[in-house]
Design a binder for this molecule. Structure first.
Ligand SMILES: Nc1nc2c(c(=O)[nH]1)N[C@H]1C(S)=C(S)[C@@H](COP(=O)(O)OP(=O)(O)OC[C@H]3O[C@@H](n4cnc5c(N)ncnc54)[C@H](O)[C@@H]3O)O[C@H]1N2
Ligand code: MOO
Length: 436
């Protein structure tokens, strides 16, 4: 049995002519095997932004390494505060100054304080810091109201950020700006990352023009290759642009074979519906283990997925995502299906491959919708002080209309069983920020 047939057989109620979005996602989670990538490389920290961590990073040190002060002020033994009346004034003798960067090594007696700077190591035996703005200083003595603080205040404990010997980052995380800083705080200049996922893509169709070609009647410029390039680049993939492929079986076959030999995944656009002149489906079917779907969604109804074998011994089959030709359908199917599958193939762990949380926003205006399919409408979300944000449907929702995709900052997700939305009803929005 083919792999595609195996997965289909295991999926309850699988019907390629009427698949819900959830079923497609479940199918692809099986197809896109995690850890296609096993080769790790050690690279300089700065270059690791957006890459997938290949191993857990265990803290070689504690951060911060010592108890230290969170404020500029005076450090003292907080036991002094125990039993004091709320209106009591504390008076202490200042016996030295602890600066950040070097430990202060004087002796502290009962009733003594040490002037201390933010980040300076807490002198032995002292556990509390009174910020200087609460203090009055006269000569060697400092006074402050007891009610201004409690024992242990304004002291940062050694290891409160990261504890030596504990995992600081887990394998399968995408390295974010915060993670870059955290790795640096451990003193590590290099990080182990998985190699980038290689994704080849091409557009199909005789009516499509490449940039630089002269316009001709009935033809449109190839926009899909540029949106796919942008989406893959944002995801951190290595992209292989195989250009525009004519609707000719030999050209399609050679493009698919080349893509499978060079890439882990392949994305095509166009030719997956039922048009008469399209050879794309037939060639895909001949070369690979394929499924052709009609998904209960809008836009993005026709879609093909499969495995294209390669003769290279070092590589399994490439996963093929045959996306519909309409430019907005390409982006929507990418976000709903391809992106989560590629994240798994990139080696992301479950948390990191999980879909981004949906934002709840109030719809400005009614939206017509039939239950029984998932609809993704381009919307523009705006914050509203003290209330849920508002979302307005952005422009013409035709699946060829990219201008409304540019105008939008998210997709309103109208779920499978959901019906029409009334003006002011809350809806779910997949925000673009951080995703594309
Ligand atoms: N009888 C039916 N017709 C169609 C159906 C259907 O179910 N029954 N589905 C419609 C839907 S939904 C879509 S989406 C399209 C998908 O068809 P294909 O994947 O075969 O795509 P094409 O026909 O090649 O192109 C569709 C549309 O998109 C334009 N296009 C294609 N590639 C590009 C590109 N690289 N850059 C810019 N624009 C592109 C193309 O010119 C067409 O206008 O089928 C419907 N029809
Ligand atoms: O997938 Mo098609 O876009 O829905 O027009």
């Amino acid at each position: 049995m083919s792999r595609i047939a195996d997965i289909a057989a295991a999926l309850a109620g699988y019907d390629p002519k009427a698949l819900g979005v959830d079923a497609v996602q479940a199918f692809l989670a099986q197809l896109a095997e995690p850890a296609v990538l096993t080769q790790a490389e050690r690279i300089a920290l700065r270059d690791a932004l957006g890459r997938v961590l290949a191993e857990d990073i265990v803290s070689p040190v504690s951060v911060p390494p010592h108890d230290n002060s969170a404020m500029d002020g005076f450090a003292f033994d907080g036991r002094l505060l125990e039993g004091l009346a709320n209106d009591a004034t504390v008076e202490l003798r200042v016996v030295g100054t602890a600066l950040a960067g070097a430990a202060w090594r004087g002796n502290v007696g009962a009733g003594d304080a040490v002037k201390i700077m933010t980040g300076a190591v807490m002198p032995a035996g002292l556990d509390t810091v009174i910020p200087q703005e609460f203090c009055s200083v006269e000569g060697e003595s400092v006074r402050f109201p007891a009610k201004a603080l409690r024992r242990g205040d304004n002291r940062r404990l050694a290891g409160e950020d990261l504890m030596q010997g504990k995992p600081a980052l887990r394998r399968g995380e995408i390295i974010s700006p915060a993670a870059l800083g955290m790795v640096a705080s451990l003193g590590l200049p290099m990080v182990p990352v998985l190699r980038r996922l290689r994704v080849a893509y091409f557009s199909t169709g005789d009516e499509i023009l490449s940039l630089g070609e002269l316009p001709r009647e009935g033809a449109v410029y190839d926009s899909n290759r540029y949106t796919v390039f942008g989406l893959l680049t944002r995801l951190g993939c290595e992209v292989i642009d195989l250009g525009l492929v004519r609707d000719d079986p030999a050209a399609l076959e050679s493009a698919l074979r080349r893509a499978a030999s060079e890439a882990d995944a392949i994305i095509t656009s166009g030719g997956v519906s039922v048009g008469e002149a399209d050879h794309t489906r037939a060639v895909m079917q001949r070369l690979g283990d394929m499924a052709f779907w009609r998904v209960a969604m809008r836009p993005g109804r026709p879609m093909a997925v499969g495995l294209i074998p390669t003769e290279r011994p070092d590589r399994g089959p490439a996963v093929l995502f045959g996306l519909p030709g309409n430019p907005v359908a390409v982006m929507v199917t990418f976000l709903a299906f391809v992106r989560p599958a590629l994240l798994r193939m990139m080696g992301c762990n479950d948390a990191c491959a999980a879909p981004p949380p949906l934002l709840r926003a109030r719809s400005v205006g009614a939206i017509r919708k039939k239950p029984g399919r998932t609809e993704y409408q381009r919307g523009h979300v705006q914050p509203v002080a003290g209330s849920l944000p508002e979302v307005r449907i952005a422009g013409n929702q035709g699946s060829g209309v990219l201008s409304s995709m540019v105008e939008a900052n998210g997709l309103v997700v109208l779920h499978h069983d959901q019906g029409s939305v009334a003006d002011g009803d809350p809806v779910d929005v997949m925000m673009f920020d951080g995703v594309i």
